[in-house]
Design a binder for this molecule. Structure first.
Ligand SMILES: [Zn+2]
Length: 183
């Protein structure tokens, strides 16, 4: 009798464990969290946060969060007087410079921030000249204030993080034709 009760109890435990395993499965589809350190972004801290929020409001497979104490950031963000640029090391990892040269020319800072973060999320430059494209960057008019990815760009980012896509380490510069003159 005792043995039967024990067996019944074990069945209940197994059933609960089974439920937990089943419930845990969707957790693997939770967005990957990338931590960014904007502590060296100087006057661009709030605009960098804005760029991160833009991605968080659209992307489902990745989230950008401010780094917390004791944690190594995936992304470090700086400010300097050159062109904005991003240096990727792997998908979701790298460095961004919020270069003042583009801001001084009138480019919209939230668009710059979201664009450069887009590189970290695995998107290359596509100089289409279209304001609707976030990754058109400086090829769109200076007056362009669109700071949101288009549906194709968004789908690519979600696919990148859905499959942990490999990306080639690269440096992307806001205005490559003039990058030499900027240094
Ligand atoms: Zn770019």
């Amino acid at each position: 009798m005792l043995r039967q009760r024990l067996a019944a109890a074990l069945c209940v435990v197994a059933a609960i464990a089974g439920v937990q395993v089943a419930a845990a499965a969707p957790a693997s589809a939770a967005p990957r969290v990338l931590y960014y350190d904007a502590s060296q972004a100087q006057e661009f801290v709030s605009v960098v946060n804005q760029g991160a929020q833009i991605w968080n409001s659209r992307a489902t497979n990745v989230r950008l969060e401010p780094v917390t104490a004791g944690r190594t950031p995936n992304i470090r963000i700086y400010a300097d007087n050159g062109w904005p640029r991003a240096q990727t090391t792997s998908l979701g990892n790298g460095r961004v410079w919020m270069g003042r040269q583009a801001v001084d020319q009138g480019y919209y800072p939230p668009r710059i921030a979201a664009h450069e973060l887009g590189h970290i999320l695995g998107l290359p430059d596509r100089r289409t000249g279209l304001c609707a494209d976030l990754m058109s960057g400086s090829s769109a008019p200076v007056s362009c204030t669109n700071s949101y990815p288009n549906s194709r760009e968004l789908a690519t980012v979600n696919a990148n993080f859905g499959t942990s896509a490999a990306v080639t380490p690269q440096t992307y510069v806001w205005q490559p034709a003039l990058a030499g003159a900027a240094s």
